[in-house]
Ligand binder design. Structure first.
Ligand code: ARG
Length: 578
C-alpha cells in the first residue's frame, strides 16, 4: 500500500468516475478546506455538472453512492453546491501508517522520468570573499540537489568558479604595480589576495589607464602567458581552498570544481563555429550574436580586444556539459538579476545547436535585504561576509543555550559542534523558508530562536523526540500497530501521510520552501499531539505503542526533511532553562 493517501484516494475516485462514465481528469481530491467536516474533498461534481448541464448535487450523490461501498471511507457527504466531503476510516489511516513505518521513503514515489541533471550553483570568484548573496545560491542549490537525488535523478553539481574574467587581470596588474613584478605573488594568502583585489577594483574605477592594463593582462593570461598563468594558478588555488572551507561548513556539496577557465579551449571552437555558420557577426571589432528579440542586447562572444568574457564561457560550458557529461538538463541557481544573461546564453546555445533536447533552466533568486529594504550590509555599510554572518548566528544561538561550564556531560567541543549545527541550520532555514524568487529581509533577532518558524525550532523538535524515543526504548516499549483514536492522532497521521505529495511538489517546483513549510507544520502538529496524547505515561500499552510509532515516524520524517533542506539535526539540543 502506498503511504500517499492522496494518491490512493485519487485512484479510488478515478475508478468510480470511470465506472459512471465521467471524465477522470475531474476526479482529483485535495486535503479538505474544512477539516471540521472532512479529511479530503473532491470538487469534480461541479465541473461535471456544468458540462453536462445537470445538477451538481445529483452527480455528487451518484459518486457518493459508489464510494460508500468502500470500507476505507467512514463518511461521505455532498455539501453546499456539490462538494464531496470524504472522511476516512480510522483503520485505513492506521494501516497506512503501519506501511509507512516499514518504508524508508515513507511512501514517496520516484520520478517517472529520471534525468541526468547538471546543477550549477555556488558561483564563487577568485579573490572575493563569499558574501551573503552566495549564501542563497549555496543553500537553495544544495537543497534542490538533494531533492532531485531523492526523487531518483542523477545529479552532478559544478561550482563554476569565476576564474577567467577581467578581475584576474586586475589583480595581476595590481600586484605588478605594487611589487614591481609577480615574484611575490605566490606567497600571498587569501586575505592578502582579497585586499589586493579591493585595491585593484578601486583603482580601475577611477583610472582608465589601469583598466586598460588589466584588460590587456587578462587577454595575455587567456592566451597563455606563462608568467601570468603561474601567478594565476596560485591565486586560484588559494581562493578555491578558502571557499571550500565555507562550503564544508554550509554542507554544500560539489562533485566538480571546474571554473570558467576550463571552458577556454571550447570557447575557441564555439567562436570559430559561430563565425563559420554565420551565427555571429562582427560589430565594432567584437564578435556578437544577435537575439531574435531585437530589444534584447546581443550576446558578446569575443570582446573587441580579443578577450573571452562571462557570456562566452557560459555558452562553452553548456557544450562541455552536454558532450562530456551527457547532461539532459542543466539547472542554474543564480541571482535573478542575471536573468537576461541566461536568456542570452540559452538563445545562443540554441542557435548553435549545442544542447538539442536539453532543458536549460535558470532558477533566479531574490536579494537578501536588511531591514531598510536594501541589500543586507554590515553595520559599517560593507557587504556582509558569509563567515561573519555565521559568527553572528552562533552568538545568537549561544543566547538560547547554556555555556559549557553550566552543564554536565558535554565537552566544550561537543557544545561548539552543537552551536555550529544550529547556527548553520538557522541561517539556511531563514533562507529556505522563502520562495526562491522573492527576496527576504534578514532578520537578525528571531531567526535563531528555538521557537517560531525557524531551523532551531525543528531541530529542537527532533532532539525532543530523540529523548522521548530513548526513554521509551529504555522502558521496553516497542512501536506497534497504529490505532487512530483521538483528533490529534488523526491529524498527525494525516500530516505524515502528506509527505509523498510534498516531496513530489517540491521537486516539480524546485522550491525548497515546500519542504520547509511541511517540516514546520509537521513539528507543530506533533506538538499538539504530544500535549494531548502522552506516550510514556499512557497506561494502555497498545495505545502507547501506537503513539510511539507515530512519534518515530515524525522524528524520522523531520530528519529527512531537514536533510532535504541541507540542514543537520543534532542528536541532543541543550536549552537554557526558561
Ligand atoms: N561567478 C558569477 C558571479 O559572481 C556567478 C556564476 C553563476 N554561474 C554561471 N554559470 N554563470 O556573478
Amino acid at each position: 500500500m502506498s503511504l500517499s493517501i492522496e494518491n490512493c484516494l485519487n485512484q479510488k475516485l478515478c475508478t468510480v468516475f470511470k465506472k459512471l462514465g465521467f471524465d477522470e481528469k475531474l476526479a482529483a481530491v485535495k486535503v479538505s478546506d474544512r477539516p471540521d467536516l472532512s479529511d479530503f474533498q473532491c470538487n469534480g461534481a461541479l465541473a461535471l455538472a456544468k458540462s453536462a448541464h445537470k445538477n451538481p448535487r445529483e452527480i455528487g450523490a451518484q459518486i457518493a453512492a459508489e464510494l460508500e461501498k468502500d470500507a476505507d471511507f467512514a463518511k461521505i457527504s455532498v455539501d453546499g453546491p456539490g462538494f464531496l466531503n470524504l472522511t476516512l476510516a480510522s483503520e485505513f489511516i492506521g494501516r497506512t501508517m503501519d506501511a509507512a513505518a516499514g518504508d524508508e521513503r515513507f511512501g514517496a514515489g520516484k520520478s517517472a522520468a529520471p534525468r541526468k541533471i547538471v546543477m550549477d550553483f555556488g558561483g564563487p570568484n577568485v579573490a572575493k570573499a563569499l558574501h551573503v548573496g552566495h549564501l542563497r545560491s549555496a543553500a537553495i542549490g544544495e537543497s534542490i540537489r538533494r531533492i532531485k537525488l531523492f526523487m531518483g535523478h542523477e545529479v552532478i553539481s559544478d561550482v563554476h568558479f569565476g576564474d577567467w574574467g577581467t578581475p584576474m587581470g586586475m589583480i595581476l596588474a595590481q600586484i605588478i604595480a605594487e611589487d614591481g613584478n609577480l615574484a611575490k605573488a605566490e606567497s600571498y594568502d587569501i586575505d592578502q589576495i582579497s585586499a589586493i583585489y579591493k585595491r585593484a577594483n578601486l583603482k580601475c574605477k577611477e583610472d582608465d589607464a589601469a583598466k586598460e592594463t588589466a584588460r590587456r593582462i587578462t587577454a595575455e593570461l587567456q592566451n597563455g602567458n606563462p608568467e601570468y598563468r603561474r601567478a594565476w594558478q596560485h591565486l586560484r588555488a588559494v581562493s578555491v581552498a578558502a571557499v571550500k572551507k565555507i562550503y564544508d561548513i554550509l554542507d554544500a556539496h560539489f562533485d566538480l570544481w571546474l571554473g570558467e577557465s576550463d571552458a577556454h579551449e571550447t570557447c575557441g571552437k564555439i567562436v570559430a563555429a559561430a563565425a563559420a555558420q554565420k551565427i555571429s557577426e562582427i560589430d565594432d571589432g567584437a564578435a556578437i550574436i544577435r537575439m531574435d528579440d531585437e530589444s534584447k542586447p546581443p550576446l558578446i562572444l569575443v570582446k573587441s580586444d580579443g578577450g573571452f568574457g562571462y557570456q562566452l564561457t557560459d555558452v562553452a560550458t553548456i557544450k562541455m556539459r552536454v558532450d562530456d557529461l551527457q547532461a539532459q538538463e542543466i539547472i542554474y541557481v543564480v541571482d535573478k538579476r542575471q536573468a537576461l544573461h541566461f536568456e542570452q546564453v540559452f538563445e545562443a546555445a540554441q542557435k548553435l545547436n549545442l544542447a538539442p533536447n536539453v532543458n536549460l533552466r535558470h532558477i533566479g533568486f531574490g536579494t537578501v535585504n536588511g531591514v531598510d529594504g536594501k541589500p543586507f550590509k554590515t553595520r559599517d555599510g560593507g557587504v556582509m561576509n558569509l563567515l561573519d554572518l555565521l559568527e553572528l548566528s552562533k552568538n545568537k544561538v549561544r543566547e538560547s543555550m547554556p555555556a559549557a561550564n553550566e552543564v554536565e556531560g558535554y565537552s566544550a567541543d561537543e557544545i561548539e559542534k552543537m552551536v555550529t549545527q544550529i547556527a548553520v541550520g538557522a541561517v539556511k532555514f531563514q533562507d529556505l523558508k522563502n520562495n526562491i524568487a522573492s527576496g527576504y529581509v534578514f532578520e537578525t533577532d528571531d531567526f535563531a530562536r528555538f521557537e517560531g518558524r525557524t531551523g532551531p525550532y525543528i531541530q529542537y523538535a527532533i532532539a525532543r523526540l530523540n529523548s522521548i524515543l530513548r526513554k521509551a526504548a529504555a522502558a521496553g516499549l516497542q512501536p506497534a500497530e497504529v490505532i487512530v483514536g483521538n483528533r490529534e492522532e488523526r491529524d498527525l497521521a494525516l500530516k505524515i501521510a502528506q509527505f509523498g505529495n510534498v516531496a513530489a511538489r517540491a521537486e516539480e517546483s524546485c522550491e525548497p520552501s515546500v519542504i520547509s513549510d511541511y517540516a514546520y507544520t509537521l513539528a507543530q502538529v506533533f506538538s499538539s499531539f504530544y500535549n494531548t496524547s502522552p506516550i510514556l505515561s499512557e497506561t494502555d500499552v497498545k495505545i502507547a505503542a501506537s503513539r510511539l510509532r507515530l512519534a518515530t515516524l515524525t522524528r524520522d520524517l523531520l530528519k529527512l526533511n531537514l536533510y532535504l533542506l541541507g540542514i543537520e539535526a543534532p542528536e541532543v539540543m541543550l536549552k537554557k532553562a526558561a
